[in-house]
Design a protein around this ligand. Structure first.
Ligand code: ACO
Length: 427
């Protein structure tokens, strides 16, 4: 059986053979379907790209029905258990797991690019101290591009590699400094003797102690959370990175655009929204009323539902387990009880079952973040740090893909036809 789709245009009676490969038809083939030579040709209409593949990608595989997530073929569960965030970043960017010497070189390079230009502090000081940390992060990513003029040579592989390392290295520094700025505390400089997550904790939490020693359980938990958030194929922020990057914008500004997309409450801002929701519910007795409100469409159960997963998000399962390990150190987060009860009720309620709404990555991550001592407005920043590795891997893949061009969707024009300008005194 040929891998083709036969389409008959009932307007003209003409028949077309459209090739099918990888379960997909090329949208450009539709353009051949015309009523006459003047006709532009058929387009597909797909708001929010719900059924449109915008690229070929070899980075992340998701089977939303089965709840499977793999980076470069490796199951997320195995990576979370056995790998480290920097090793996973290497895997995402280069396609293969590094050998020991490749990993050592990679970690060494990232460790030695964590400092940012001192003038970044002046940029930071321009913000109101209580401004949202994501607004600051978006701006600071753009600001970094002003220090690295050469980063716009995006077609040069060596330049790309250099700035990929710089971005992964500097994300924790600018993120931690946003945190310190919020608290009115002095900025802490990177400590090269610590791990990626350990150094991040040092820049966040160190006070007067001569050397900061991260709690190993929290350090490990942060590293696992970084692995789980590192990539998630063509989500809203990654699509933003690819779209902006397709104009050959430098990687700092492309990632600023991605971070801006991540900021939204329907995307990376959801963990913040989950915590606010749990705090608002306040106690177990308020849960039934809250669920009724969700079913009456007065509100959404934040941290539930996903565009792709129609099953338990595999990351949520790992995070739920991780939460108990963190609480063993920090003490139990009192909101955990509310979250567990909400999950139990929702998973057994027809409304959620019918719509295949399950906990997503954000449902439990906020509880961990809060227990470690992060304010809710900092949660999306914690998401952005590791996701930078995924954004960069996808940005690089887009640039190297000969089929890609500047992103430029079509539209169905629904506005007025041509009309003559009306002078002010005639309106
Ligand atoms: N609470 C209540 N109902 C929901 C929820 C929810 N969290 N999510 C979806 N639904 C319902 C919708 O009302 C809709 O019902 P209907 O068919 O009767 O109208 C149905 O489920 C399908 O929902 P859509 O909005 O069409 O699904 P979509 O794929 O567009 O949205 C999204 C996915 C945005 C994640 C949505 O589930 C949501 O808003 N969830 C809450 C926010 C959240 O947790 N976001 C984090 C996502 S993970 C991430 O970005 C890292």
């Amino acid at each position: 059986m040929a891998d083709t789709l036969t389409v008959k245009d009932n307007r003209t009676g003409k028949q077309y053979e459209i090739p099918i490969s990888d379960g997909t038809i090329p949208a450009s083939a539709l353009r051949e379907i015309k009523v006459d030579d003047e006709d532009f040709g058929l387009m597909s209409y797909d708001p929010a790209y719900k059924n449109t593949a915008s690229c070929r990608s070899a980075i992340t595989f998701i089977d939303g029905e089965k709840g499977i997530l793999r980076y470069r073929g490796y199951p997320i569960e195995q990576l979370a258990e056995q790998s480290s965030f920097l090793e996973v970043s290497y895997l995402l960017l280069k396609g293969e797991l590094p050998n020991q010497s490749e990993l050592d070189t990679w970690v060494d390079k990232i460790t030695h690019h964590t400092y940012v230009h001192q003038y970044m502090i002046q940029a930071m000081e321009g913000f109101k101290w209580d401004a949202h940390a994501m607004g600051k992060l978006v701006s600071l990513l753009g600001t970094l591009s002003t220090f690295y003029e050469d980063s716009k040579n995006v077609r040069n592989a060596a330049v790309r590699d250099e700035h990929i390392i710089k971005i992964i290295a500097k994300m924790p520094t600018i993120a931690a400094w946003c945190f310190r700025h919020m608290q009115g505390r002095p900025y802490i400089y990177p400590d090269n003797g610590l791990s990626y997550a350990g150094n991040f904790m040092n820049m966040l939490f160190r006070m007067a102690e001569p050397q900061y020693k991260p709690d190993p359980a929290i350090e490990k938990a942060l590293d696992v959370l970084f692995i789980l958030h590192a990539d998630h194929e063509q989500n809203c922020s990654t699509s933003a990175a690819r779209a902006v990057g397709s104009a050959e914008t430098d990687p700092y500004c492309s990632l600023a655009a991605a971070a801006a997309a991540l900021y939204g409450p329907l995307h990376g801002g959801a963990n913040e929204a989950v915590l606010r929701m749990l705090e608002e519910i306040g106690n177990l007795g308020n849960i039934p009323g809250f669920i009724e409100g969700v079913k009456n469409r007065e509100r959404r159960l934040m941290g539930f539902g996903h565009r792709v997963y129609k099953n338990y998000d595999p990351r949520a399962r790992i995070i739920k387990k991780l939460a108990h390990e963190v609480f063993a150190v920090t003490g139990k987060n009192p909101l955990l009880e509310i979250a567990l009860e909400l999950e139990k009720i929702a998973l057994n309620d027809e409304f959620f079952v019918e719509r295949k709404l399950y906990p997503n990555v954000d449902f439990y991550s906020g509880l961990i973040y809060q227990s470690i001592g992060f304010p809710v407005e900092f949660f999306p920043v914690l998401f952005a740090i590791p996701r930078a590795a995924g954004w960069l891997a996808q940005w690089q893949e887009m640039l190297m893909d000969p089929e890609q061009k500047i992103a430029r969707p079509m539209q169905i024009y629904t506005g007025a036809g041509e009309r003559a300008y009306v002078p002010m005194d005639k309106r």
